[in-house]
Design a protein around this ligand. Structure first.
Ligand SMILES: Cc1cc2nc3c(=O)[nH]c(=O)nc-3n(C[C@H](O)[C@H](O)[C@H](O)COP(=O)(O)OP(=O)(O)OC[C@H]3O[C@@H](n4cnc5c(N)ncnc54)[C@H](O)[C@@H]3O)c2cc1C
Length: 331
């Protein structure tokens, strides 16, 4: 049985572990923290599996490869909600909605009455919207927990250690999935800061992720059930991942208030911040240097693209194929 070590147990590492285990490998996952948690960027993700909406700003491979994600997560974790995505804008920002529609596909334009039918708690607030019915979302913490539990049940070993991937290559094939921490060896990896809030608001019910377009800070609200909402996310060119700025808080909260003033009474349960690992074109990369494979750069598409990236890592190892995400630069 082929033995493979994976360094990093965020969404990249766990998806790679899942696919390699499914292909019969003997897998070890090494993370410097025990279990999943706020140390990983993956912990703070919105969990939107929204390939078509992402087409507004992302390259074509994100839209195409991202369409694998919902089925993959459903099969592996049974944690996927397939209720679509609703995109709205305040009347004064109608041009934003038209622009979003021109840059995306697989949606239908809905009237104010149809917005209300989809989301009764947005009644009377928006006179048009875009409905992406084929999109999905999940709770990242639930999905990662189930993925990890499934791996443990299938004999994958987890080890807690602050590891140097190069040292592991002496034991055999090693996949570096350290996310932004791999910046020590990957020079062109940068951080894109994201800030989020987790709110409790029993007075608002949403059935699906809602994106509110705004020229400065587009907001999304993802319902997590039980009156819990994830509100995000800023996109700031910065590797700083310790503090949320006052401006971001103000803008996130005012956008939520614009969506439904009842959010004004919400309790703030968590304030989160992390740096998304990204390459210059915001597309993920797989690099190989002998026994060391690096899989990184998931940017804002961790849950959306990690299944495709994991599949390509496995195809490279087992089928000797050159992955579409392969980058010839040595790791
Ligand atoms: C605010 C925000 C919102 C987002 N929303 C979405 C979304 O809606 N949909 C989506 O698809 N993506 C989203 N993303 C993007 C997604 O979260 C990231 O792309 C993804 O988490 C990157 O995963 P990763 O596994 O590469 O890194 P990480 O999740 O950071 O995992 C890296 C792991 O490596 C471990 N590690 C690091 N160094 C070492 C070492 N030396 N030894 C051992 N272990 C080590 C860390 O402890 C960590 O567990 C969002 C990101 C942010 C910040």
């Amino acid at each position: 049985m082929m033995q493979i070590s994976i360094i990093g147990g965020g969404v990249a590492g766990l998806c790679v572990a899942r696919v390699l285990r499914d292909r019969g490998a003997d897998v070890l996952v090494v993370d410097r923290h025990d279990g999943i948690g706020p140390h990983a960027c993956s912990w703070w993700a919105g969990g939107m599996l929204a390939p078509f909406c992402e087409g507004e700003s992302a390259e074509e491979p994100v839209v195409r490869l991202g369409q694998e994600a919902a089925d993959w997560w459903q099969v592996k974790t049974d944690a996927v909600n397939r209720c679509g995505t609703l995109v709205v804008s305040p009347a004064r920002d109608k041009a934003e909605l038209s622009r979003f529609g021109r840059r995306t596909s697989h949606f239908e334009t809905v009237s104010g009455a149809e917005v209300e039918a989809l989301e009764p708690d947005l009644a009377g607030r928006f006179n048009t919207g875009l409905f992406f019915k084929d999109e999905a979302h999940l709770s990242p913490r639930l999905a990662l927990g189930r993925l990890r539990d499934g791996l443990v049940a299938d004999g994958v070993t987890f080890k807690t250690e602050d590891a140097d991937p190069k040292l592991y290559t002496r034991e055999g094939l090693t996949v570096d999935c350290r996310g932004f921490a791999a910046r020590d060896t990957i020079n062109d990896l940068r951080g894109v800061k994201g800030e989020i809030l987790i709110l409790s608001c029993k007075d608002v019910v949403l059935n699906r992720p809602v994106r509110l377009l705004h020229p400065r800070i587009p907001l999304y609200v993802v319902p997590r059930g039980d009156g819990i909402f994830m509100l995000g996310a800023t996109m700031i060119e910065s590797s700083q991942k310790t503090h949320v700025t006052a401006r971001s808080l103000l803008e996130l909260l005012s956008a939520a208030y614009a969506l439904n003033p009842a959010f004004g009474e919400a309790e703030v349960l968590e304030i989160g911040v992390d740096a998304r690992p990204a390459f210059p074109d915001n597309l993920p990369r797989i690099r190989r240097d002998g026994n060391l494979i690096c899989a990184n750069g998931l940017f804002r598409h961790g849950f959306l693209l990690a299944p495709a990236m994991a599949r390509m890592v496995a195809e490279m190892i087992f089928d000797n194929t050159k992955p579409e995400m392969m980058d010839e630069t040595s790791a």
